[in-house]
Design a protein around this ligand. Structure first.
Ligand SMILES: Cc1cc2nc3c(=O)[nH]c(=O)nc-3n(C[C@H](O)[C@H](O)[C@H](O)COP(=O)(O)OP(=O)(O)OC[C@H]3O[C@@H](n4cnc5c(N)ncnc54)[C@H](O)[C@@H]3O)c2cc1C
Length: 343
């Protein structure tokens, strides 16, 4: 995205239509590169605002939304049509997009399906997935409630479960929304934390409490169904597991409770199965990642390409943008060859 001219021009059309599903960094970079080559690109975005995680996940204090907005405006100036509130797999299936005249499709639908711990109490009020918590804050401006439509309950004491960048963002947002005590609960030690060192550093600087080698076993509620505490066990590190990280093992008799008002679960996400389940012939990994040829990002279905978190699982902005660019090149090659063969 960053290497495009400051004032993008609309390139003369080659009259070939390409559909891009999802407007995160993968979809935006693919759409931009295709528009620069003269393609008529339509982005179909499920949410009411384009930008993907850049808009709904990463907080304003780390990524100003005006920067993302500028990039999206540039794409519109280049002629990219961005249609929001369009859930592909519900409104149109991929085959229907092809019938509408799209000659190729890029799937950049991300990995927005949150994982839960499957412990008792996860359905209590006051339990959020990190995605929901951050979306309420970043996209729906819940901190302005009631002048915004969406509320968010933060409370005085917040627990965030997980040790990645998403957990750090959720914890720092909770602090900014006025929580007195925000505790990160992570089952391994700091050395195994997947979050970047600087994110952990910022969180510590802002007063976030770290309960390491600690694992939640149960969320406890009030009579009216709201969270009141989380029960945890202490862990110690055993032998290395298949990921090379030392496996956390429960310390017998170490149960204890932390009193909380809200708990945010930030233990990972996977691709939403909607597109897979409505697209015959689209092969995926068992965990949901779309299988592609890494050189071209071509999927098992002719004319359909994919990239970003929808392929890799939760990864990075740079990787998603790179995948979008690789796919744009491959789509251009594919359609040029197809049209040459058709004469
Ligand atoms: C809180 C948080 C913080 C992060 N911080 C960083 C960071 O600091 N640095 C970094 O490099 N990475 C970070 N990441 C990861 C990074 O944001 C992702 O790897 C990246 O956004 C993936 O891009 P993507 O385009 O594949 O998917 P996404 O950004 O997830 O975009 C996918 C888009 O597709 C849309 N969509 C989904 N299904 C459909 C459908 N059926 N029809 C139409 N549209 C659909 C979604 O609504 C979404 O807008 C962070 C992630 C999170 C959640």
């Amino acid at each position: 995205m960053a290497n495009r001219p400051a004032k993008p021009n609309k390139v003369p059309t080659n009259h070939r239509k390409v559909a891009v599903i999802g407007s995160g960094p993968a979809g935006l970079s693919c759409a931009g590169d295709l528009a620069q080559r003269g393609y008529e690109v339509t982005i179909f975005e499920a949410l009411h605002v384009p930008g993907g995680v850049l808009m709904y996940g990463i907080p304003e204090f780390r990524l100003p939304k005006a920067l993302v907005q500028k990039e999206i405006n540039n794409l519109r100036q280049m002629g990219v049509d961005i249609q929001t509130n369009m859930v592909i797999g519900k409104i149109y299936a991929l085959d229907e997009l092809m019938e509408l005249g799209y000659e190729a499709i890029f799937i950049g639908s991300g990995a927005g399906l949150p994982s839960f711990m499957r412990i008792p109490g996860e359905n209590l009020n006051g339990v959020y997935s990190a995605n929901e918590f951050l979306t309420r804050i970043n996209l729906m401006k819940a901190y302005q409630f009631p002048s915004s439509d969406t509320p968010v309950k933060v409370g005085r004491r917040v627990a965030v479960v997980g040790g990645g960048n998403v957990a750090m963002d959720a914890a720092r947002c909770a602090k900014r929304l006025g929580a007195d005590e925000v505790t990160i609960i992570y089952r391994r030690s700091e050395a195994e934390m997947p979050a970047r060192i600087e994110e952990v550093h910022h969180a510590r600087e802002e007063g976030i409490i770290f309960r390491l080698l600690t694992n939640p076993t149960r969320i406890l509620g009030t009579d009216s169904g709201w969270v009141r505490a989380v029960e945890c066990v202490e862990m110690e590190l055993g032998e290395a597991d298949s990921s090379g990280r030392r496996r956390p093992v429960v310390k017998k008799g170490s149960e204890f409770q932390i009193e909380i008002d809200t708990i945010v679960i930030a233990i990972g996400t996977s691709p939403n199965p909607l597109i897979k389940s409505t697209t015959p012939g689209l092969e995926t990994q068992r965990w949901g990642g779309i299988i592609v040829d890494e050189a071209t990002m071509a999927t098992s279905k002719e004319g359909v390409y994919a990239g970003g978190d929808a392929v890799t699982g939760a990864a990075t902005v740079i990787l998603a943008m790179g995948a979008g660019k690789t796919a744009a090149q491959a789509i251009d090659d594919y359609l040029n060859k197809k049209h040459q063969a058709d004469g």
